[in-house]
Design a protein around this ligand. Structure first.
Ligand SMILES: [Zn+2]
Length: 308
């Protein structure tokens, strides 16, 4: 795959140095709290502490902040290193009574596309972990309480008879732009904004390869048979736990037969897409848009989305 196809894909690139080996260090919460360079990302449920001015950004806290000092070791998750310093999630178990000046707790989705690339990666990681932690307070085998291990990246059952380990859950989904050379197949769900179309997508089923999922989902949703599914790029999508795996695929024929899942699906020419792109297409930070942009570039030789 040409490297240029991937350069604009948000949430890609090793922007956060995850440093997995650091997770086994005993007493790490106390160490990072005493480290004046450490930066703490506060989350309360799925809301994160941010500043809106001068532009949306994470409101990092220092170890000396009362919110950080008052937290329990089990409330911290070591995300890695950012700007050469430890970057730590503080997963608040209760609503903070007071926030630092000019900060607010906000959901991630409206901030995507506004945050810097590295801060979007940090909050994508934080959101995935807080959701997983909240859903694994008890062992799925025996029902006993769990406790965090590996700096918050594993939870372990506290029953000595069980001791099962649980790892962050990631649900793979395929997302695909189907084309016939000159046209692209896009679909829409009834709940989407009026006029919005996007690439087809669906979850991978147990025992199924990604390529087989592409063929099944496209056939189920539109009746189109595809060949030549080619991997494009991937995007973590923690709403709540997806990993979107993007493909381009070629259609064997053009006759659409809709199922109940989509309100509509139709073929679009490059000219139609260019003429109504803002109303028609998903936001530039989505892998769906990246797939469509890459297809448009290949067909026309021109960029559909001009990025700053
Ligand atoms: Zn157990």
């Amino acid at each position: 795959m040409p490297a240029a196809e991937r350069t604009n894909n948000p949430f890609s690139g090793a922007l956060l140095d995850r440093r997995g080996a650091d997770r086994a260090v005993a007493g790490w919460p106390e160490q990072v709290r005493a480290d004046p360079s450490a930066r703490f990302v506060l989350s309360r449920g799925t809301r994160h502490l941010v500043r809106r001015e001068p532009q949306p950004s994470i409101a990092f806290l220092e170890g000396s902040d009362p919110l950080v000092r008052g937290a329990s070791p089990g409330d911290f998750v070591l995300l890695g290193q950012h700007l050469g310093a430890p970057c730590v999630l503080l997963d608040m178990p209760t609503e903070p009574t007071e926030l630092p000046p000019e900060t607010a707790l906000e959901e991630l989705r409206p901030l995507l596309g506004l945050l810097s690339a590295v801060e979007a990666v940090i909050l994508t990681c934080a959101r995935a972990l807080v959701i997983w932690r909240a859903r694994h307070l008890h062992c799925g085998v025996c029902g006993s309480p769990t406790e965090p291990r590996q700096a918050g990246h594993v939870v372990r059952c506290t029953s000595s008879a069980c001791g099962a380990d649980f790892f962050p859950r990631i649900d793979p989904a395929v997302i695909v732009i189907v084309h016939d050379g000159r046209q692209a197949l896009l679909g829409r769900q009834a709940s989407w904004p009026k006029g919005r179309y996007s690439a087809l997508a669906g979850f991978v089923e147990p025992g199924e390869s990604l390529e087989d999922a592409v063929m099944r989902e496209v056939a189920e949703e539109t009746g189109i048979r595809v060949t030549e599914a080619h991997y494009f790029a991937s995007q973590p999508w923690p709403f709540p736990a997806s990993m979107m795996v993007g493909f381009h695929a070629e259609a064997e024929h053009s006759t659409i037969r809709l199922d109940d899942e989509l309100e509509d699906a139709r073929w679009f020419s490059a000219e139609e897409i260019a003429a109504s792109r803002e109303a028609l297409l998903p936001a530039p930070y989505t892998i769906a848009r990246q797939l469509i942009d890459a297809w448009y570039l290949k067909v026309t030789g021109r960029a559909l989305t001009v990025t700053a």
